[in-house]
Design a binder for this molecule. Structure first.
Ligand code: AMP
Ligand code: GLY
Length: 427
């Protein structure tokens, strides 16, 4: 089979490595892919993940048997609708279903209408209304979210009225996040451990993946600005079997039913960003795709063949498949370019060891090949993942491998998994 994967980050690398395990797979094309992915797939750097016309044309002319659309932008732009129209089976939601991520207003209204637990909120279409609401007496901190896609940075948590006013002005007047800020959601601040649960679903049946924990802030101790994610661990020790059962009943199945009732059944990977509050689990956000770097710890623990699962999702036969997960744990430490998520330098040569220890995989996110050498080309450059019998071992192995990789300006958090470890050790 010829496969096509749209995207070019660490998540796509993790998907490609897993797809390659199926013996029926001959060629995997990555559009655009990246420098490191080129070792595992045929990369086409000329075709970006948002070039929908070019992607469809490529898929048809290269006789692609199955496509996976991984990033949010092409999903929101209807890449899956277009591939299906061209007769190409693929994994991912259509544009209507992708609104669950691409519009926070859609997602919040869906949850309110169908009684799915989430933070209380108000939607605003103009700055005057939002400012009047804030000045009318709300408690702080409060959460201000741009409606549209903003690279994971469209959420601000002001501590004071002055900060909240500034947040509204920057989103709605200065358009810091472009059109994503033409509508905003202001919602109550929730507390509790965060859990990411990615799930395969064909619209009716659901197979949740092993749970995980992201580390979104740039600095140790969860300090500094939000990033796309600086590291992950799986499973998430706060997500007990009891909580998982509760989430299935109150969140997962109701969300799928709500999407069906709205005429946009969700097929693909649905990502539930949850907060385990003292009042029970709440949805913080939905993503219409695999999370990154969550995928870099979750897929290495998948025992069932990934292509088989994705084909079952496409065929609507997921209920007939037993999706199995390995025992043990995984940890991923992101190596970033110094300065990220602000400005950073690119083009720094990357030095990797010739051999990695057993159980360690390096997923490439932001690099490219320049005259045969790997050089940095993005904020998050590499994800170093280790799987092991325990989280403690996985973390030790990921950090020790991360120490053997170098590039000028390399930056990493030193405390990935610390909170999860203390939870396991009962502190
Ligand atoms: P999002 O882009 O929606 O995932 O939000 C980014 C981060 O902001 C989340 O991972 C949370 O840490 C935080 N956040 C979002 N909504 C809330 C909320 N209602 N209460 C507390 N923290 C939140
Ligand atoms: N790691 C969070 C996300 O993929 O949105």
């Amino acid at each position: 089979m010829n496969l096509l994967v749209v995207g070019g980050g660490g998540r796509e690398h993790a998907i490609i490595k897993k797809l390659k395990e199926n013996p029926a797979v001959r060629t995997i094309y990555a559009l655009p892919g990246n420098g490191g992915i080129a070792a595992d797939a045929v990369c086409v750097p000329e075709i970006g993940a948002k070039d929908i016309d070019a992607i469809v044309e490529f898929a048809v002319s290269h006789r692609v048997d199955f496509a996976v659309v991984a990033p949010d932008d092409p999903l929101a732009l209807g890449c899956v609708d277009r591939l299906h129209a061209a007769g190409i089976p693929c994994f991912g939601p259509d544009a209507k279903a992708a609104r669950i991520e691409s519009s926070k207003v859609f997602a919040k209204n869906l949850m309110k209408k169908y009684g799915i637990p989430t933070a209380r909120y108000e939607v605003f279409h103009d700055p005057a209304g939002a400012l009047a609401y804030l000045r009318g007496g709300v408690s702080f901190p409060i959460v201000v979210k741009a409606d549209g896609l903003a690279l994971g940075k469209g959420v601000l948590i002001p501590q004071t009225l002055a900060e909240a006013e500034a947040a509204v002005k920057s989103m709605m007047e200065d358009r810091t996040f472009g059109d994503a800020g033409s509508e905003i959601v202001i919602e109550e601040f929730l507390t509790g451990p965060e859990v990411s649960v990615l799930a395969f679903t064909d619209g009716t049946a659901i197979a949740p993946m092993v749970s995980s924990m992201d580390h979104k802030r740039a600095g140790d101790g969860d300090a500094g600005p939000n990033t796309g994610g600086m590291g992950t661990v799986a499973p998430n020790p706060f997500y007990t079997p009891e909580i998982a059962a509760q989430c299935m009943e109150t969140i997962f199945l109701p969300t799928l039913a709500a999407m069906r009732a709205e005429g946009c059944p969700f097929r693909g990977c649905l990502y539930f960003g949850l907060m385990l509050t003292p009042d029970g689990p709440r949805v913080i956000e939905y993503n219409c795709r695999f999370g990154d770097p969550e995928t870099q710890v979750v897929l290495p623990l998948l025992k069932t063949d990934l292509l088989t699962v994705m084909q079952a999702v496409e065929a609507g036969s997921l209920d007939a498949l037993d999706v199995e997960w390995a025992e043990g744990a995984a940890a991923c430490v992101i190596l970033a370019s110094g300065g990220y998520p602000g400005s950073y330098e690119k083009g720094r040569e990357i030095s990797l060891p010739n051999e990695l220890p057993a159980g360690v995989t390096v997923f490439h996110a932001g690099d490219r090949l320049a005259e045969g050498k790997l050089v940095t080309s993005g904020g998050r450059v590499l994800g170093v993942t280790a799987t092991a019998a325990t989280l403690k071992e996985a973390l030790a192995n990921a950090y020790s491998a991360a120490g053997t990789i170098d590039f000028a300006g390399k930056y990493l958090r030193r405390d990935i998994g610390r909170r999860a470890l203390s939870a396991l050790e009962g502190n």
